[in-house]
Ligand binder design. Sequence first.
Ligand SMILES: NC(=O)c1ccc[n+]([C@@H]2O[C@H](COP(=O)([O-])OP(=O)(O)OC[C@H]3O[C@@H](n4cnc5c(N)ncnc54)[C@H](O)[C@@H]3O)[C@@H](O)[C@H]2O)c1
Length: 278
Amino acid sequence: MDLKHKTVVVTGAASGIGRALGLKLAEAGCRLALGDIDVKGLAETADMITKINGHASIHPVDTGNRDQVYAFAESVIGHHGNVHVLVNNAGVTLTALIAEMEDADFEWVMNINFWGMVHATRAFLPKLKSTGKAHIVNVSSVFGLCGIPTQAAYNSSKFAIRGFTESLNQELKGSGVSATVVFPGGILTNIAKNGRFKSNSGLVRDKSDVVALHEKLSFTSADTAAKRIIKAIQKQEKRVLIGFDAHLFDIIQRVFPSGYQTILNLLISKRDHLLKNK
Ligand SMILES: NC(=O)c1ccc[n+]([C@@H]2O[C@H](COP(=O)([O-])OP(=O)(O)OC[C@H]3O[C@@H](n4cnc5c(N)ncnc54)[C@H](O)[C@@H]3O)[C@@H](O)[C@H]2O)c1
């Protein structure tokens, strides 16, 4: 797909991968429609895009709220007329044991990460189909491939994104619209800082441990992740892994479909070493 002059919608555009995507897509000549719950961060991303002579409209939206997502689609289509690419990127994390987490926290994660992606896909789909050639990107995670303790809510949302997107792709065959599911490994962003922590698991002591571990285990920049996602859109790839860690875990869970849990637990037991000089 040639991206020049195309209209691209990016959710979660106030920070991290979403912001980097906005900037790189603007450099590639796209017109951006940026959505996020963080209005200040959204305006900052739009300013950064204006400074490089790009065009971005901003649309405050809580992707965890169905009505807001449909209103978001209406507002984007009202502003741009056309939409060629939708990137469902907004996401949050929760660190909590299944036995201890509140339903409300689990629902918070599923509403934003999973239902937000479902509602945006369905809200934009008629417009995407009407353009003749369009693409959808759904951002899952390496935790959409491997389960890990204290991340059951996040795991559930990210595994579900994979199933939804693989089904979607087959249903869209011949429609001119295709979809990519993206599995990033650790990417250096604000995801851990923005997450909720409700754990007495003993695996990590507090939120600062989660943030420190994420920083130590994030080997890929948001810019690199954005570039890889753009390539996936251009080539209309069905499945993309980002970072050597994502490739590694993809292989480990294929070769050891249940044994990977032992390997992960072994790695988790090394966390104190990683946190020593946090
Ligand atoms: N950073 C990583 O290591 C990593 C790894 C795998 C997958 N991912 C996924 O990448 C995506 C982007 O995350 P990131 O790493 O850039 O994190 P980030 O926290 O830097 O950015 C996430 C963005 O989503 C927005 N957001 C959160 N709740 C929202 C809501 N209710 N409505 C609208 N927007 C909302 C935030 O305001 C923020 O701007 C997420 O889906 C995340 O799960 C990240």
